[in-house]
Design a protein around this ligand. Structure first.
Ligand SMILES: Cc1ncc(COP(=O)(O)O)c(C=O)c1O
Length: 472
């Protein structure tokens, strides 16, 4: 064999995407250094980056060239991080979890394994890990025996729950959807109307029930709406109770709603995407939760996990299979052992599924349950601290009353929308907004293990400082 032929042989054996072990180790070291640097520098970052859509488009609209850039691509992380919302302790907007680092390492290792957690046969260990994690979550919120699956977030979980409710009460898989009525409070999260529309019931068939002064669903109004629909010949189907409304963290009266659902033979779903995990620290708030047919929770919110990590729990495996099992022949299980024939794709929406459970496995086992309970208790305490700080300032008005970790308030004299824009522009804290009784409110939400009491105190200081910088 002459020299050129040997060279050709060598080239043929090397695959196009191959990276040498040495180069890979170098990349891993660099990535670890970037991650550690990011986490240790979070305190020093502003609460929100100084950037614009024009700037991010300019920075990141680069062509995908034929020639690879190699390890230089990791250098882009620095610019991407600089133009990203930091997960630091002074970001109080929306319901954004803080991205617990051990969970992030779990995500990396999940990608390394590259499992498709659709079925036991395609991911034996990963299915067992997810089943174990689902059991921990169900136990932790006082719903032992519930089963379910991890998913992208609360929106996906709410969609799956309502699809199950429809299949249980007005089966639609064969002949299509028939009108059925869903009841939820006026404070319901936007993912519920979206799910009602997507499953073909139509948003007109979602009744938005008025709320009381604490923003909880009014039972008299719920009962009246159900009676009115029945009298008009319509078919009530499900009640969606919220355990932690997105604006103020209100918890609908779960035991009474469960009793109404039972009496009326309706599916009861609890949207606990924001609030339900607080049951770890404050179980008394969630009495009645275990009577739900299904419930959503978001580990990427109040278990501090990196996005994405939603979860649907329920006590109706049979309904889940009726709703989601449409198996094609090519995925037919050849295994006879029921555990080995198990398939998440027959009980939930996705076929190809990420190994989301690994981050939970690593993060929850690393820290232990008490640490999460303490972190959630601290978030609750931070909300009470902010409420006291707001109440102590005569120019501010508190607009919410707990019981979870969202706090709404306003300035009595200023244009609150202009005030919020100014607060955000100062970049020391980030707040979001809510509309309560037709009034614009500033809103802070605590689901962040990095937040300190000092960070909480800064909120009122910043609002007062920003108010001094705007007219009217
Ligand atoms: C009460 C409630 N439900 C559902 C959702 C949607 O969750 P996700 O963003 O994970 O889809 C949210 C998000 O904030 C929420 O607060």
């Amino acid at each position: 064999m002459n020299h050129d032929a040997r060279q050709d042989d060598g080239d043929r054996q090397r695959h196009a995407l191959e990276i040498s072990g040495e180069a890979l180790a170098g990349l891993l070291d660099d990535a670890a250094r970037l991650a550690a640097g990011y986490w240790s520098g979070l305190e020093a970052r502003p609460a929100y980056p100084e950037t614009s859509a024009t700037e991010t488009a300019r920075l990141f609209a680069r062509p995908w060239a034929d020639e690879g850039r190699g390890a230089a691509v990791l250098e882009d992380f620095t610019a991407i991080a600089a133009h990203s919302r930091p997960s630091g302790g002074r970001f109080f907007g929306y319901v954004f979890g803080s991205g617990e680092p051990v969970g992030a390492l779990g995500d990396l290792l999940a990608s390394v394994l590259n499992q498709n957690v659709g079925a036991w046969r395609s991911a034996p260990a990963a299915v067992a890990v997810e089943q174990a994690v689902i059991g921990w979550l169900a136990d932790a919120i006082g719903c032992p025996g519930f089963t379910g699956s991890l998913c992208g977030g609360g929106s996906s979980a709410n969609l799956m729950a309502l699809a199950m409710a429809r299949e249980a009460k007005l089966p639609a898989n064969e002949d299509g959807a028939r009108p059925g009525i869903v009841y939820a409070s006026e404070q319901v999260h936007m993912s519920v109307p979206k799910a009602v529309a997507l499953i073909g019931l139509g948003r007109r068939n979602l009744r938005l029930i008025p709320v009381d002064a604490e923003k909880r669903m009014r039972l008299d109004a719920l009962e009246a709406a159900i009676a009115q629909d029945r009298a008009a010949g319509r078919t009530p189907l499900a009640i969606v109770a919220t355990a932690g409304t997105v604006a103020t963290g209100a918890i609908d009266p779960l035991p009474a709603i469960a009793a109404i659902a039972r009496r009326e033979d309706l599916w009861m779903h609890v949207d606990g995407a924001f609030g339900v995990l607080a049951a770890l620290a404050a179980p008394a708030l969630f009495e009645g939760l275990s009577q739900a047919d299904s419930l959503s929770l978001d580990a990427h919110k109040w278990l501090y996990q990196p996005v994405d990590c939603g979860c649907l729990l329920h006590r109706h495996g049979d309904v889940a299979r009726e709703t989601f099992s449409h198996s094609g022949d090519y995925v037919r299980a050849l295994n006879t052992d029921p555990g080995e024939a198990f398939a998440y794709f027959e009980e939930s929406l996705e076929l190809s599924r990420r190994f989301r459970a690994l981050k939970l496995w690593m993060s929850l086992q690393y820290h232990g349950r008490a640490a999460f309970r303490a972190a959630i208790a601290r978030d609750l305490a931070h909300a009470r601290l902010l409420e006291r700080a707001v109440a102590a300032r005569p120019e501010l008005e508190l607009l919410s009353t707990g019981p979870l970790s969202a706090v709404c308030f306003r300035h009595r004299e200023k244009d609150n929308e202009a005030l919020l824009r100014r607060v955000i522009a100062r970049r020391r804290v980030f707040l979001s907004n809510a509309t309560l009784d037709a009034r614009f409110a500033l809103r802070a939400c605590f689901v962040n293990h990095r937040t300190t009491e000092e960070d909480v105190r800064l909120i009122v200081e910043e609002v007062i400082a920003a108010a001094g910088e705007i007219d009217g």
